[in-house]
Design a protein. Structure first.
Length: 359
């Protein structure tokens, strides 16, 4: 089977694990290090990377979000504003806690919460706002943060698909009253699974909730949401190589731009000068999304949906026009193969296929 036919192999993105990554895991498996040492070191290194006072690691990003909402006391009768276009957990967790996800539209052609629509949908029952810096985009973030502070309501920043991105030469993920990220198999920094949260105030409430309710003793109900040393060891190794890997991802992104620029029915991602994206995915917008995806599949090239239009899902079913820009983005957004071990030649082959489709 040729490399062309296996591009993606059912995934548009995948991790890149080096010899040093594998060595870090093998070293841990020798069983000589104290329990929890890798986790503690990983949390310290993440905090330094982000320039934040503390970081708490957890089993995944969804549970990081859960811990933030739970720690803030959000529950029945409360509302959480979430963007209509993102991953479904944005709405699942408020609903799971008995609160209501209140969907706001996105900025035109950008998968980020629109500050103006958020303000229109605001009411006194809103107890938190979730901003998602989808794929490194951060339009409207500073306006949303300013508005939330004026209302004395916390802004939670979902940086699960933007970790490694920078804004004005500082970590984008550090912005917000609380924030979290993912170390899932397909992320830029992959520990195969895992997540982390950080923010203002004392982390003790989150540390207790993730560790059976333990403070000095087991003083309240809690869960076991701790990250394992195995995942932390891999995450630490990945964090060390992140600058080099971000440069590689930028090279691949520029290769896509050379191949796809100038095709009339394709819109490539655009970032303001102050944003340096980590290129978690390569997402294009096209009015012929479904036909293009089917055409690429016949050539052995995998493409996929980047996220979901959540109000259209069965559990959250609403009028499809309630967030028309989010719906429009969903109808056009397509994620192309993008991972560090790709070659420029493979991207050239994908570009040839896409140009042949549109010709």
């Amino acid at each position: 089977m040729t490399k062309r036919k296996t591009l993606g192999r059912g995934m548009v993105t995948r991790p890149s694990f080096s010899r040093k990554d594998r060595f870090a895991v093998r070293h841990l498996l020798q069983g000589k290090d104290p329990f929890g040492q890798e986790v503690a070191c990983f949390e310290e290194e993440l905090a330094r990377t982000l320039n934040v006072p503390w970081v708490e690691t957890v089993v995944n990003a969804t549970m990081a979000y859960f811990l933030i909402l739970k720690g803030l006391g959000i529950g029945p009768g409360d509302r959480v504003i979430v963007p209509a276009y993102t991953f479904v957990s944005a709405a699942n967790i408020p609903a799971f806690l008995g609160a209501e996800p209140l969907f706001a539209d996105i900025i035109p052609s950008v998968p980020c919460l629109d500050p103006k629509d958020m303000e229109k949908k605001w009411d006194s029952s809103v107890k938190a706002v979730l901003y998602v810096s989808s794929f490194g985009h951060a339009e409207g973030l500073e306006e949303v943060l300013s508005f939330c502070r004026g209302k004395n309501v916390p802004l939670i920043h979902d940086a699960a698909a933007s970790f490694g991105s920078e804004i004005s030469q500082k970590p984008l993920a550090a912005l917000g009253d609380y924030a979290f990220t993912s170390f899932h198999f397909k992320k830029v920094l992959s520990a195969f699974e895992g997540g982390a949260l950080w923010g203002k105030g004392n982390p003790l409430v989150f540390r207790s909730l993730k560790n059976h309710g333990k403070k000095k003793d087991f003083e309240e109900p809690g869960l076991n949401l701790r990250l394992s040393d195995l995942h932390a060891a891999l995450g630490r190794s990945q964090l060390k190589s992140l600058p080099r890997r971000l440069k590689r991802r930028d090279i691949l992104a520029q290769a896509y731009f050379r191949e796809l620029s100038g095709i009339d029915d394709i819109i490539l991602p655009v970032f303001p000068q102050k944003i340096k994206p980590a290129w978690h995915q390569m997402i294009i917008l096209t009015s012929r999304k479904t036909a293009l995806a089917e055409f690429l599949a016949r050539s052995g090239i995998t493409s996929t949906e980047p996220a979901q239009y959540i109000p259209g899902l069965p559990f959250f079913k609403e009028n499809g026009l309630s967030c028309p820009r989010a719906m429009a983005y969903h109808q056009k957004a397509l994620s192309l193969p993008f991972y560090e071990e790709m070659t420029v030649k493979e991207i050239r082959n994908i570009g040839d296929s896409i140009r042949s489709f549109f010709s």
